[in-house]
Write a protein that binds this ligand. Structure first.
Ligand code: FPP
Length: 245
């Protein structure tokens, strides 16, 4: 029984990552494997966010950043792009109250420009309503690109007239969309690829990386537990040498 996963016992984990980023890949393949349209996979993907959010609260994760729509995703077929926009809109309509009641603080990382003004208003409303919640932060990376984020930050640093000598990593971090959030500790990618795909490229500089072939809609609490176990087995050195005994 020693190898049995005991996901009912979060205490078995000696360290829990504070900030987890998830690249939710494999929705399309999940749908294709069932002979269903890609959007059915994205809908199943949305349903799974709820499940993993609840599990994250149980494990003590404090910030969950999910990659929901990248700046590159605009190049997908128009019906898929519109479908993803609609899904976010419907999800906010249907789930905001419940998320708020459960103490979830919603954040947005990404460019507002380019998003339909009605959806922008819905996003702003969700951020405002939940801003004082503190059970977990659900940071939705939507119309997000890591390079665009760095570029936007550089532009603002220049616009603010920050003298080059006083610009530190810490100050620069505050200009990113993630602003006061700490760096990511663990990046999980579902769907089997080994790529960061322009996700949290500044914030994940020292994150541990975990990938699984499981498609996002099938990534359940047990899969999350496996990722956390793997994280526990890693030795985080942040570029240093561990002290010799
Ligand atoms: C990748 O699957 C996933 C995405 C493009 C984004 C993930 C989106 C969701 C979970 C739904 C939208 C979320 C919100 C909050 C509205 P893929 O299509 O690349 O899958 P594939 O690699 O199998 O084709």
């Amino acid at each position: 029984m020693t190898n049995e996963i005991n996901h009912a016992n979060p205490a078995a984990l000696h360290s829990v990552p504070y900030h987890v980023g998830i690249i939710m890949d494999g929705n399309g393949r999940w749908a294709q494997a069932r002979g269903r349209p890609r959007l059915a996979g994205h809908q199943a993907g949305v349903d799974n966010i709820r499940r993993i959010l609840e599990a994250s609260v149980r494990y003590g994760i404090k910030v969950l950043t999910i990659y929901a729509f990248s700046t590159e995703n605009w190049q997908r077929p128009m019906d898929e792009v519109m479908g993803l926009m609609q899904l976010l809109s419907l999800t906010i309509k249907r789930q905001l109250n419940e998320l708020h009641k459960n103490g979830v603080q919603i954040r947005h990382s990404g460019r507002m420009a380019g998003i339909n003004p009605d959806l922008q208003a819905q996003i702003r409303h969700a951020l405002e309503v939940t801003q004082h919640n503190d059970r977990i932060i659900l940071n939705v990376a939507f119309n997000y690109g890591g390079r665009a984020e760095i570029l936007d930050a550089v532009r603002q640093v220049i616009a603010d007239g920050i003298p080059p000598d006083s610009l530190t990593e810490e100050l620069f971090s505050r200009y990113l969309y993630t602003c006061d959030l700490p760096d990511a500790d663990l990046i999980i990618r579902t769907g089997g690829e080994w790529r960061l795909s322009n996700f949290l490229i500044w914030q994940a500089a020292y994150a541990e990386y975990y990938t699984t072939p499981t498609y996002w809609p099938d990534f359940d609490e047990e899969e999350l537990y496996k990722a956390l176990l793997e994280y526990n087995a890693r030795e985080r050195r942040f570029g240093r040498v561990l002290q010799q005994t």
